[in-house]
Design a protein around this ligand. Structure first.
Ligand SMILES: [Zn+2]
Length: 448
């Protein structure tokens, strides 16, 4: 049973108290990875204030029985507005996919189209348990508008692509600076900024280093695609006589602020360079397998060197969804198949990548990524009243059930910064039918 009051206004009301009562299980993801049985969590305003056997009332009382409470999932690489391109071009080679399908479509983008795509992406994330993500795309202000409306937590970046043209580099810097100023002007505790030089094969050294300099000054992450495909790596070897990562190390681009997306085709030396420079990796197994860029990200080698790894879905054009439960399962299975070893990437480690390690990649590990008193309340509930989640054998299998058996659509409640965005599958910030209808019209404007 669910007891809750629909708030009169869902805008910026952050003063609410929420009691999530009698959860069958709480997967805390705290430093000792405790899994609690039959406990409750109290949220006051934006923060978690109590965990345990709690009594009393709150403005919202959510029944957690026959549910698992866990931290909201963190997706460290998306192109949210590309949700409109879901299923538009599948089963194609990467270069052909980009040149004949994606890039021509992107020529037709407008702020409004990006807004509707981003809103559809937010809707899917709320439904499937993602509470925080890092995005890279165009029309950042319109993406921010959608995130603000949906109530999610996000770090947004403008995809800088200069194609080694100095005039273009200048205009891309201007657009990036404007985007940064805009995010600052929001003064939002939920929406942050990252520098987004798209990739070393689309950005000049000048643009890459400018991005790093601004990131240092503004203390924000750098969000860049690196070593996605074998072809890309081969081009660097041919043109510069070194790997892509060696080139980035040589020019001084590697840094703890860098979230290196994909990082599939790496040498042992590249992994060492990542470790030495504390580079973070956003691993996108579904997109990598679907586009078949060659190779599998060397996760075991990265873990051996203590490189921070988190998970991303990539855009829905190459996934084709934004379901992080799906991505967790693919991550585990791909690694097991690749290393011929069922013990690599155990369920607990995979859940870590999608929660606390994702938060760490974005510099948010003190705020979110686990259920602990004092942390912000970014929480989701998984409904156990579903055939794919029966039986639960006990405490030791709950995490496995989350990683291998749960689907995003088993999520029944999503809370960000203490504010309910979905309770018992009822959406509180978005009108689902309207979002889907407007997204379909926007998609038609692109493809029609
Ligand atoms: Zn991407």
């Amino acid at each position: 049973m669910l007891i809750y009051k629909i708030p009169l206004a869902c805008s910026d009301d952050q003063g609410m108290s929420v009691l999530i009562k009698n959860c069958d299980w709480i997967v805390t993801q705290n430093p000792s990875r405790e899994v609690l049985r039959n406990c409750s969590v109290r949220v006051e305003g934006t923060k978690i204030t109590e965990i345990g056997n709690l009594h009393g009332d709150a403005e919202y009382v959510i029944d957690g029985s026959r549910k698992i409470l866990l931290p909201g999932l963190v997706n460290t690489h998306t192109h949210l507005s590309m949700t409109l391109m879901r299923g538009f071009a599948d089963d194609m080679r990467l270069q052909e996919w980009l040149e004949t399908k994606i890039w021509p479509l992107e020529q037709k983008l407008t702020g409004d189209i990006c807004y509707h795509g981003a809103l559809l992406g937010c809707l899917e994330m709320i439904r499937t348990g993602t509470t925080c993500f890092m995005d890279m795309y165009f029309f950042l202000k319109d993406v921010a508008r959608a995130v603000e409306k949906a109530g999610l937590r996000a770090i947004l970046s403008h995809a800088m692509i200069d194609l080694f043209d100095s005039k273009r580099s200048e205009s891309q810097r201007r657009i990036t600076q404007e985007a940064l100023d805009f995010i600052k002007s929001l003064q939002s505790s939920r929406i942050g900024f990252a520098m987004g030089p798209h990739a070393p094969y689309t950005c000049s050294e000048e643009s890459l280093l400018w991005s790093k300099e601004v990131a240092e000054r503004e203390r924000v992450p750098i969000h860049t695609h690196i070593a996605e495909t074998r072809h890309e790596q081969a081009q660097f070897e041919k043109e510069k006589g070194m790997s892509e990562v060696e080139y980035l190390a040589k020019i001084g681009f590697l840094s703890p602020r860098l979230v290196a997306v994909h990082s599939v085709f790496l040498t042992g030396k590249d992994v060492e360079l990542y470790a030495r420079n504390q580079v973070k990796v956003s691993h996108c197994p579904v997109s990598n397998m679907k586009l078949a860029g060659g190779g599998v990200a060397p996760l075991s080698e990265m873990f051996a060197q203590h490189v921070n790894v988190s998970l991303g879905t990539d855009g829905a054009a190459s996934n084709n969804c934004l379901d992080m439960f799906d991505t967790m399962k693919f991550c585990a299975l791909e690694a097991k198949a690749h290393y011929w070893d069922p013990t690599v990437l155990p369920a607990q480690q995979v859940l870590d990548l999608a929660t606390i390690e994702g938060a760490r990649a974005l510099g948010l590990e003190k705020k979110v990524g686990s259920i602990e008193v004092g942390k912000e309340a970014d929480l989701i509930l998984v409904d156990l009243k579903s055939p794919n989640l029966v039986p639960i054998h006990g405490r030791s299998t709950v995490v496995s059930d989350l990683v291998y058996a749960t689907k995003g659509m088993n999520v029944d409640s999503t809370i960000v910064q203490g504010k309910p965005l979905m309770i018992n599958r009822n959406l509180l910030t978005l009108d689902e039918d309207k979002v889907m209808e407007e997204a379909s019209s926007a998609a038609l404007m692109l493809t029609g």
